[in-house]
Design a protein around this ligand. Structure first.
Ligand code: 5MM
Length: 345
């Protein structure tokens, strides 16, 4: 194995070390603005900067978070004292990552389906982000479950683009976080989510293989297998954990070192409980680590406390740290409802 490949593997291991996980703070400007709008906060560059400064300045965050995913705006921003966010993260022992997809567009001829944009100029952008200090990258593709969805062509096209992105990342020395998200929104059952997730993952790994992506040098960021958000029968925590691991075992090669789930709009505590259940029930028998790469399930409770007020920064940081700590415990299968409440208090 050459030095470039060894460096990729070292970064991957650093992202999975000590039961830590990833903090996704890469909401695009429109997504971040939507979250702010829901709380009546101003949707300005300064407000987004203030919010991200609150996050990266959280004391001891590096004890539970190994990597933070930024968006293009945030990776260029600085604290009020003038330190780049990248350097604040590095000083906290957190690897900086960058979301490099350019969001999703309607897929032509496929009503209701979406295709992720961003391959044009990606090779050059990856070089620039690497020079800025990014060590890993992220690209998200989305799949809805519904009448005739996802179509084969939507699955194939998005999987091919994910693999092209991953190959370019590895060429540039950045670890690709590969994020195929089967959306939770809908009436579908747990079984339907499992079948679609498995089909999507099979295609993604077929494309990764075809495009010579080194599986040991990626992190997979999938959805958990869950009942649709409006499905009348909601799976229990253990049912969701079993369905998720069973599905992943069918589709994810053992060479992949780690699977870091997205939270997808699950309530924060429930996302933690489900990750914990997977590790309690299966950890000793799995070829890959089961970790987290949550955005809302780590940030949302802190955002609701922060609300743009400097006076709330400390309390918001404590809440953020608590969620990060709980998710690290869930990686070990050590999380309990008591620990959740005691820490929150
Ligand atoms: C699914 O979204 C990713 C994980 O977040 P959740 O844990 O909240 O589901 C997240 O990283 C997402 O990709 C970013 O927020 C960027 O999203 P947009 O759509 O703004 O590019």
């Amino acid at each position: 194995m050459g030095p470039k490949q060894q460096a990729l593997l070292a970064t991957t291991q650093a992202l999975l070390v000590d039961d830590k996980g990833l903090l996704a703070m890469d909401e695009s400007i429109p997504t971040c603005n939507r979250r702010f709008e829901a709380l009546g906060l101003p949707q300005t560059e300064d407000a987004r900067r203030d919010y991200r400064e609150m996050i990266v300045n959280t004391p001891k965050l590096g004890a539970f978070i190994s990597g933070a995913i930024l968006c293009d705006e945030t990776i260029r921003q600085k604290t009020l004292e003038g330190t780049s966010f990248i350097n604040v993260l590095i000083d906290s022992g957190i690897l900086p990552g960058i979301k490099v997809d350019m969001g999703t567009q309607e897929m032509a001829g496929h009503a209701g389906e979406r295709i992720t944009e961003g391959l044009d100029g990606l090779r050059e952008r990856l070089t620039q982000y690497g020079e800025m200090g990014a060590r890993f990258a992220k690209w998200r593709a989305v799949f809805s479950i519904g009448e005739g969805m996802p179509s084969q062509s939507c699955i194939e096209t998005n999987a091919q683009d994910l693999a092209r992105y991953a190959a370019l990342c590895q060429e540039a020395g950045l670890v690709p976080v590969v994020e195929p998200e089967v959306l939770m929104e809908g009436e579908h059952t747990l079984e339907q989510c499992s079948a679609v997730t498995e089909e999507v993952l099979h295609e993604v790994f077929s494309q990764l293989y075809a495009q010579r992506v080194i599986l040991e040098g990626i992190i997979l960021k999938p959805n958990m297998v869950l009942s649709g958000s409006t499905c009348p029968k909601q799976a229990t925590v253990n049912e969701a954990a079993d369905a998720t691991v069973t599905c992943l075992l069918q589709a994810v090669p053992a060479a992949v070192p780690g699977i870091a789930f997205l939270s997808g709009g699950q309530p924060a505590e429930l996302a933690t409980a489900r990750l914990n259940a997977m590790n309690v029930r299966f950890k000793s028998r799995l070829p890959w680590a089961l970790s987290f790469s949550f955005a809302r399930a780590i940030q949302q409770p802190a955002l609701e406390i922060w609300r743009g007020d400097k006076m709330n920064v400390k309390a918001a940081q404590q809440t953020l740290l608590h969620r990060a700590r709980c998710n690290t415990a869930a990686r070990r299968g050590d999380w309990t409802e008591d620990a959740e409440r005691i820490g929150a208090a």
